[in-house]
Design a protein around this ligand. Sequence first.
Ligand code: NDP
Length: 363
Amino acid sequence: MSHTRRKFLQNLSAGAAALSFPSVSGLPNSIPFQQKKLGIALLGLGYYAEHKLATALEETKNCYLAGIVTGTPAKAEKWKDKYKLADKNIYNYETLDRIADNPDIGAVYVATPNALHPPYAIRAAKAGKHVLCEKPMATSSKECQEMIDACKKAKVKLYIGYRLHFEPHNKEAARVGQKKEFGNVKIVETSMGFKIGDPTQWRLKKSLAGGGAMMDVGIYCIQGARYSTGLEPTHVTAREYKTDPVKFREVDETISWQMEFPDGAVSNSTTSYASSMDRLYISAENGWLELRPAFGYGPLEGRTQKGLLDLPKTNHQAVQLDEMALGILENRPIDATGEEGLQDMKIIEAIYRSIQSGKREKI
Ligand code: NDP
C-alpha cells in the first residue's frame, strides 16, 4: 500500500461524484432513481444492531431495514412486530444462504462478535449481497484478505463500520492534518478506553473477540493517527499492562504503543478496558487540534489554538449508513473499505508482535 493516504478526504467531495446507476440486488431497475433505497438485513441482533443501527435506519434516506438474520427466535418475533417485517425477510444462521433469492435485500450488515464476521460476511457475499461489516473487520489479516477476495469474486462491495469516516469533527481532523493547515503534523496522541463490566462477556474471550481493548477500541486510535497524518505507519513499539490478570487472562486490558510514520511523525496511543479515555490530539509545526471526546458516539467536541470547532453534531450511524448506501447505489468512492480494515489489522498484528518480542516491529 502507498505511504500516502488521502482517501479519507474523498468523503469531503463525494457529493460531487459522477452518478451511475448499476443494477443493484434488491433494487428493481424500473423504479426511478429518486425512489431507490437500499434494503439492508441486519445480522446479529445484539446491542449495536438494536440500539444504534436499527434506530439509525429509521432516520436514513438512502437505505432501510429490509430484513434480519438472528439465531434467537424470540428476537425474530420482537423485531418482526416492531419493524413490520415480512416473514420471508427473516432468516437465521442456517437459512442465511437462501437470502440469495430475496430481491428485497441488497446488503447484509454483520454485527456479531468479531471472530464471526468473516464466515457470515463471506456467506452474504456468496449469496450475492453487498457486505457491511462491523469493526474490527476480523481477528486476523489473513481472514480480512479472505473477505476481500470473496467480495471481489462475488462482485459485491465490502464496507467496514468506520462511522467516524463520515463524522464532521473527525473529517476536520483529517483535513487539518492532511492539508497541513498548521504545517506538517509532527506528533499525534490518541486514546480510547472504557471500564468493561460483565466478566463473562464475549469481549473477554479470545476465541470470539480476537483480542481485548486493542481490537475493540484501540482500532480507533490507529485510525485517528492514520487519518490525521494521511500516512501509513512503518514501525510500531508496544507494551501491555494488566491490573486484573484474572479478568483479562485471555485478552489485553491496557496497551500503550507508538507508531512511526515515513516523514518522521510519531503517534503515541493508549487503549484500555480498565478506565475511560477518548481523545485525539494533533500537534503540527504551527498549531494544534484536539477532539475530546473524539471517538465515542458523541456529541463530539473539538478545538484548535484558534478556538472551538463549530461543526454539526450528527447521528454517526445514520450518516454512515446513508453514505454507504450511496456508495452501493451510485458506485461512489467510499474509503471505509475492506482494504482499510485489512490495513488496521496488519497494524494490530504488529502491535501484538511487539508486545511479544519486546522490540520495535516493522508493520
Ligand atoms: P452483542 O453481544 O450485544 O451482540 C452480538 C450479537 O451477535 C448477539 O446478540 C447475537 O445476535 C449474535 N451472535 C451470533 N453468534 C454469537 C455468539 N456465538 N456469541 C454471542 N453473540 C452471537 O455485541 P455488540 O452489539 O456490542 O457488538 C457486535 C459487533 O459490533 C462487534 O464486532 C463490535 O465490535 C461492533 N460494535 C461496533 C461499534 C461501533 O461504534 N462501530 C459499537 C459497538 C459494537 P442474535 O441473537 O440475533 O443471533
